[in-house]
Design a protein around this ligand. Sequence first.
Ligand SMILES: [Zn+2]
Length: 277
Amino acid sequence: MRLKLARILFTLVLTLTICSSSQAWGGLTALRLSYEGLIRSEFEYDLGQTTVLIALYGSTKSPLLFFNMHDDENTAVEAAMDILPESGGSLLSLEHSGERLIQFSLNGIVYRFDPNRIFTGTGARLTLERYGPFSIEAFEVVRAFAQHLVEHYGLMERPVIVTVHNNTEGTYSAESYLPGAEYAGDAREVYLHPAADPDDFFFVTDSRLFELLKEKGFNVVLQDNQRVTDDGSLSVLAGKAGIPYVNVETQHEHLQEQKRMLRALYEVLPSVESPSE
Ligand SMILES: [Zn+2]
């Protein structure tokens, strides 16, 4: 959060403020030129009586979009921002509390959910129930938010969906998908490079991406798109829809490694932009 705040504060305001009335720019509250020379667009989205900010760096027209959905994963944001000028892509980032979970008020009740668990109905219900109260009204608010993210930013129309995440040492890693581990049933294949930190890995839904990134010497996990647990994460939605999806995940503070991974992904992407056989 501190990093994001600093970026906003150091933003050179272009003073181009647009009201939210225009249909094409629904919800857009400001357009700014960030100090990296990237256009920052801010969209406000109301979850009940709570507003979250959807920030977009770069152009919506760029085919390559990096999606940061956890507000406490700042290394991922920094890595994506750093390589945007060379990749020509864009970065979509949810900004609210600096925490992983999003909290919102609806009719006097406070609800909480994980933004990467709302892309299916089953997941949205489970994540609300896990972190607080559940109601049909809150469920509909959360599902509408997921639909907005998918449709407004054309996530399913892109040749590949790319998310950027960070994790903590010794918890979730590529090893979590090995036989006998917690998420073994969600993976079709796991490749661990002997020299790589298991916390730094690609999680993909496409076997071509798996092979290409493995050949480059990275840890890679291939989701089992048929058997994967429906937890509402974006990879589940992409896997069911047959859309190539990549999560570029590193441990917090592994900035150089995350940039190296993003560059490697950028190199292999042209090979997967053609339809799968
Ligand atoms: Zn995350």
